[in-house]
Design a protein around this ligand. Structure first.
Ligand SMILES: [Zn+2]
Length: 197
């Protein structure tokens, strides 16, 4: 995530389920190039309490916990401040499917959440509401959240979303983006559904 330029410094955070009752989440305020497995924090989903940690969990822990409590199908979360995604987040502009592969990886339009202050459970509530059955959302005036059945998939969604957001923002700068045809959207959605099951 850091190497792909989706975050700078210690921004953003990553988590995954660790057994039925816990998650593993990146610590707060630690640069990714300095992070080791020992710095990762194990948190009980029900209580939000750390069970094994040398460091404090990410500041966005409440958001992660809300998503895991509400979405049994989500096994991993990647949260980034990728520049072009963040540009759309500031404009509160959704990212429509304008490239074929976007339907395949996202399942539909990437919506923008309502605004909530960073670090609160309200961010998580807004994410769950805007996510629907797709794989990512843009968080208003902040960045994005990408989900998957494992970290590799969630990271891939984040990389593809930033690449698509970049193309979309550049297209908006010089013209009027043209939507995909309805049948292409339907065909992409069928591929998305077939990969999910
Ligand atoms: Zn953030």
């Amino acid at each position: 995530m850091w190497e792909a330029g989706l975050v700078v410094g210690s921004a953003g955070n990553v988590s995954r389920r660790a057994g039925p009752d816990h998650i593993a989440i990146t610590p707060t305020s630690l640069a990714y190039d300095l992070m080791t497995p020992d710095d990762v924090t194990i948190i009980e989903i029900a209580t939000g309490k750390a069970v094994d940690s040398s460091r404090a969990a990410s500041y966005e822990l409440p958001m992660h916990l809300v998503v895991y409590r509400r979405r049994a199908d989500v096994a991993a979360i990647v949260h980034t401040h990728a520049p072009f995604v963040t540009t759309l987040s500031i404009l509160r502009k959704p990212l429509p499917p304008v490239i074929d592969e976007m339907m395949l990886y996202f399942g539909g339009r990437i919506e923008v959440t309502d605004y909530a202050f960073t670090g609160t459970e309200a961010v998580g509530e807004n994410v769950v509401k805007a996510l629907g059955d797709r794989t990512g959302v843009i968080i208003a005036n902040h960045g994005n959240v990408c989900v998957g059945r494992d970290l590799k998939q969630a990271l891939h969604v984040a990389v593809v979303m930033e690449s698509a957001a970049r193309a979309y923002v550049q297209a908006l700068a010089i013209g009027e983006p043209i939507a995909l045809p309805d049948d292409a959207i339907a065909a992409g959605r069928r591929l998305f559904d077939s990969r999910k099951s």
